[in-house]
Design a protein around this ligand. Structure first.
Ligand SMILES: Nc1ncnc2c1ncn2[C@@H]1O[C@H](COP(=O)(O)OP(=O)(O)OP(=O)(O)O)[C@@H](O)[C@H]1O
Ligand SMILES: [Mg+2]
Length: 358
C-alpha cells in the first residue's frame, strides 16, 4: 500500500505548519473520534496508544490496556485458532488487512466489529508496528438481520396471497361453472326425476354455497373486481349475519387508489380482527372505520367486549402478529388499545405516500 503523502506545494497556511504541529493536529483528530477505536500496536502486537473511541467501544481505560497483547479483544475460539497472529501476518505481507467478526469487550460482552489493520514500516522497510481501526457494527448488523427477516416474511406472505388468488379463481371459474351446468341439466330432466331431483338440486346448491365461501375466504374475489370498499361491506355484512354481532362500517375521506398490497393488507386486517371479535371478545358491537386525511390512512376496528386477557397469548397465536407485520410492510404502525370490560381497539396508520398507486 502506498504511504499517505501530504500535498507539498500548497499555499494553504495549514500545510505550512511544521511537522510537529501537524502531528499534534492528527493527535487531536484521533482524540476527538468517538465512533472508531483507533490505536497503535507495536511489532509484536502489544497496544501502544489508545483513543477515547477505543475506550468507549471496548470498555478498557488506556492504563488498563497499554502494553497488553491485542489478542485480549478476541474470543477464545479465535485465540485458539491463532486468528490475531494470522491477521498481523497478512497485514505484514500485504500492507493491510480487513476483517469482520465478533470481538470481546472488557465486560465479556461481544460486539460485531469491522477491523482494519495497517502495517507501519520504518525507513529500512522493517515493521515498526500496526495501526488498528475498529468500528462497532453490532447495531447495523442487527438492523440488517431484521430487514432480511422482514423482507422474507413479506415475500412469503405475498407468495401465499398470489397462490390463494390462483386457487380461488380456479374454484370459482372452473368448479363453480361445472356445478351450475350440472344444476341446469338436472332441471331439464326434472320431470323424469321428480321428487329425487329436487333433493339433488338442494345438495348442489349447498355445495355451491360452501364453494363460494371457501373461495371467498382464500381470496375475496370482490376485492379484485369491485374494490376495497365493496369487499369490506360484504365482509362486515356477512360477519354480522354469521355471528349476530352488530357491525358498523364507516368510510371517511378518499379511500380509493390504494396499491394491491395495501388493499389486501387492509382487508386481511379487518378479516382477522373480526374473527378475533367473534372468537374471543364476547362483544355485542363492533365498529370498523377506514379514513384518510392528506397524509395518512387510518383503519380502526373497535369492539365493546371483554378486552384482551391479562395473560400473554399462546405461542402459536399468529393473528395479532400478522397484523403487525402487515402494518410494517405498509410503512405504518399498528396500535392495540384494550381495557377490561370496555373492549379492544386496533388502529393501523400508514402513510399515503407509500400505499397509493403512483
Ligand atoms: N377483540 C378481542 N377481544 C378479546 N381478546 C382478544 C381480541 N383479539 C384477540 N384477543 C386475545 O388475544 C389473543 C391473540 O390473538 P391472535 O389473533 O394473535 O391469536 P388467536 O386468535 O388466538 O389465534 P389465531 O389468530 O392465530 O388463529 C387471543 O388468543 C385472545 O385471547
Ligand atoms: Mg386471531
Amino acid at each position: 500500500m502506498q504511504p499517505t503523502k501530504l500535498p507539498s506545494a500548497s499555499s494553504d497556511r495549514w500545510f505550512n505548519q511544521s511537522a510537529v504541529d501537524i502531528e499534534h493536529r492528527y493527535q487531536l483528530l484521533i482524540e476527538a473520534v468517538q465512533d472508531y477505536a483507533i490505536f497503535m500496536l507495536d511489532a509484536a502486537g502489544c497496544v501502544q496508544t489508545w483513543n477515547p473511541g477505543a475506550e468507549r467501544i471496548k470498555g478498557y481505560a488506556s492504563a488498563e490496556v497499554v502494553g497488553r497483547h491485542f489478542s485480549l479483544f478476541y474470543a477464545d475460539e479465535d485465540i485458539a485458532s491463532g486468528k490475531p497472529e494470522h491477521l498481523l501476518a497478512i497485514a505484514h505481507s500485504r500492507g493491510h488487512v480487513e476483517d469482520e467478526g465478533w470481538r470481546v469487550r472488557k465486560d465479556g460482552s461481544r460486539f460485531w466489529a469491522n477491523v482494519i489493520i495497517t502495517a507501519i514500516t520504518g525507513p529500512d522497510g522493517a515493521i515498526v508496528g500496526f495501526a488498528k481501526v475498529t468500528r462497532d457494527m453490532t447495531e447495523r448488523r442487527r438492523l440488517e438481520e431484521l430487514e432480511r427477516l422482514q423482507l422474507r416474511s413479506a415475500l412469503i406472505q405475498q407468495a401465499r396471497e398470489a397462490e390463494q388468488k390462483r386457487i380461488a379463481r380456479e374454484l370459482h371459474d372452473d368448479l363453480g361453472q361445472r356445478l351450475s351446468a350440472l344444476k341446469m341439466s338436472l332441471a331439464a330432466h326434472q320431470t323424469k326425476l321428480a321428487q329425487q331431483g329436487e333433493e339433488i338440486a338442494d345438495q348442489i346448491d349447498a355445495m355451491a354455497a360452501s364453494l363460494r365461501r371457501i373461495a371467498a375466504d382464500l381470496r375475496p374475489l370482490g376485492l379484485d373486481d369491485l374494490g376495497l370498499e365493496a369487499a369490506l361491506e360484504w365482509l362486515v355484512e356477512s360477519f354480522e349475519r354469521r355471528y349476530g354481532i352488530n357491525a358498523r362500517l364507516k368510510f371517511d375521506g378518499d379511500i380509493d387508489g390504494f396499491n394491491e398490497l395495501t388493499t389486501i393488507s387492509l382487508y386481511r386486517v379487518v378479516q382477522e380482527a373480526l374473527t378475533n371479535v367473534a372468537r374471543h371478545a364476547n362483544a355485542s358491537e363492533v365498529n370498523v372505520d377506514l379514513s384518510t386525511d392528506d397524509r395518512s390512512c387510518r383503519l380502526s376496528i373497535a369492539d365493546d367486549g371483554d378486552g384482551l386477557p391479562a395473560s400473554s397469548p399462546r405461542a402459536e397465536a399468529f393473528g395479532l402478529m400478522g397484523m403487525h407485520e402487515r402494518a410494517e410492510q405498509l410503512g405504518g404502525t399498528l396500535a392495540i388499545k384494550s381495557e377490561p370490560g370496555v373492549g379492544v381497539e386496533l388502529t393501523l396508520v400508514a402513510p399515503l405516500a407509500r400505499i397509493r398507486n403512483k
